[in-house]
Design a protein around this ligand. Sequence first.
Ligand code: FES
Length: 104
Amino acid sequence: MIDYSNYTLKDEFKKLINELMRKHDFKVTMSGGSDEFHRLYLNYIYSVNKNLKFATVNNALMTCGEGVCGSCQLKLCNGQVIRGCKQQYNPAEVFINIKGDVNI
Ligand code: FES
């Protein structure tokens, strides 16, 4: 298993994000990468703009797709465990590390 704890976004990527955010009045941002990328990206964006809404692709392992097997379980920042195949959730509740400070 790969340890992603020391991974970071490249400075030039952050610079590009900052330029785009200054130029455009984005209300929503979307991550189409891995869960590890969602975590890096959303936490960085959240540190810059706490009012932005988030969307991500769902990378959960789907087996039954019916809410039965539990292979798609996700843990929200409040500790609640949900089934990603059936329940809607705000990606900020899963990937942002600032507990109790998530603007949902
Ligand atoms: S895929 Fe089986 S519970 Fe979600």
